[in-house]
Design a protein around this ligand. Structure first.
Ligand code: NAD
Length: 368
């Protein structure tokens, strides 16, 4: 069997259930190393609240530089009530924002897929969500979460004023739109671009730039523009009308959470954050489940590791050019669900409830 070059994967389990789901992922990566001779080099570090507890910062410089050198970062989740009262710069989430910003991870890909085996887990009617397969592409390093000026300041009348600034430039819009168009070409060839061009100048620019890029380079892809509030409504009314949705940081945050709930459980959905390619064509990328650290179930051995494992399937596909391996892994997850195995969050009558680690083992046994 041909050995591929050693590829660096940095595991950042983080807090709460993060270490529990990443432990299952590690078993899967080791399986690929052993059984498929894929030479992944795994490293593991602290990030988030656990890093603050040990080092007084949510991410140390050492870990940050390791992340810079890794082709793939697999994150668990960060945060929890223990660290809620920390000052802003020390909060666990700052580590994520730093990684996203400094690694220039400008495109966040969040699939919302409704597994046919779990169609009853959705709060919507089965016929509305069955077979759903949407990809939301959210701009991740610009817009109102990063724009300057920002802050809270006193004003003359004794009140305080909170300020955030929503800004986008042409290149920030076109690079993320390009990702959406390229993805659409590999799927159903349809992009819906969402903004608020009716009330925001930055939204008007967004619409114009996406349209111009479409006319110049992607005429073969079907493009439509939709106001973000209408998109929120359409996602509930008729979600299957969408293929790829591209939108800014703020609206993407809301719309992708909404889309994820169409599918029933947070424990199932992966995500990818992709950055710019360097001159050697290598792209920085971070993959993570969309769920948080779930402090309410941490340490109980009941967290669903599937979102984390499917995040690795995305890494195989988008960073490591291993589409076949990604297919194998996704199929193993489907097979386990077909067998009726369920973690508590997706448990239903007649199914077999299983623990986090038993779910990981079952997926590995299907890989065999
Ligand atoms: P959450 O996603 O952690 O949990 C929401 C609900 O879903 C909880 O009831 C939880 O038990 C359940 N859940 C989540 N993931 C699950 C899984 N894999 N298996 C089974 N059940 C699962 O969201 P939250 O409660 O709003 O946030 C908890 C903490 O996580 C907060 O500190 C928040 O800031 C942080 N957070 C971190 C990230 C991240 O690291 N990317 C994202 C979101 C929230």
């Amino acid at each position: 069997m041909i050995k591929v070059k050693k590829r660096k994967i940095l595991l950042l389990p983080g807090d709460g259930i993060g270490p529990e789901v990443i432990a299952e992922l590690k078993k899967i990566i080791n399986w690929f190393n052993d059984k498929k001779s894929l030479d992944f080099e795994i490293d593991q570090e602290l990030v988030g609240g656990c890093s603050y507890d040990k080092h007084g910062t949510p991410i140390t410089d050492e870990v940050f530089y390791k992340a810079l050198e890794s082709e793939v970062i697999m994150l668990g989740a960060v945060g929890g009530p223990t660290w809620d009262k920390l000052e802003f710069s020390k909060k666990p989430e700052r580590a994520l924002l730093k990684l996203r910003k400094e690694l220039k991870l400008f495109a966040n890909l969040r699939p919302a897929i409704c597994f046919k085996q779990l169609v009853d887990a959705s709060t919507l009617k089965p016929e509305v969500v069955s077979g759903l397969d949407i990809m939301i592409v959210r701009e991740l390093t610009g817009g109102i979460y990063f724009g300057e000026p920002r802050g809270i300041k006193p004003i003359e009348n004794g009140e305080r004023k909170g300020i955030n600034t929503h800004t986008y430039t042409t290149s920030e819009i076109t690079r993320v739109a390009r990702i959406a168009f390229d993805l659409a070409r590999k799927r159903s060839n349809k992009v819906t671009s969402c903004e608020k061009s009716n009330v925001m100048e930055a939204g008007q620019l967004w619409k114009e730039e996406v349209q111009e890029l479409h006319e110049k380079e992607y005429k073969d892809v079907e493009l439509s523009h939709m106001l973000a509030d209408n998109c929120a409504m359409q996602l509930l009314r008729n979600p299957k009308q969408f293929d790829v949705i591209v939108t800014d940081n703020l609206f993407g945050d809301m719309l992708s959470d909404q889309a994820s709930m169409l599918t029933g459980s947070l424990g199932l959905l992966p995500s990818a954050s992709l950055g710019a390619k360097n001159k050697d064509g290598e792209m920085r990328a971070m993959y993570e489940p969309i769920h948080g650290s779930a402090p309410d179930i941490a340490g109980k051995g009941i967290a669903n590791p599937i979102a984390s494992i499917l995040s690795f399937a995305m890494a195989l596909r988008y960073s490591l050019d291993l589409d076949k391996e990604a297919d194998i892994l996704e199929k193993a997850v489907q097979d386990v669900l077909n067998d009726g195995l369920r973690t508590k969050d997706i448990m239903s009558e007649g199914m077999k409830e299983t623990s986090t680690s038993a779910m990981g083992d079952a997926i590995i046994s299907k890989l065999q």
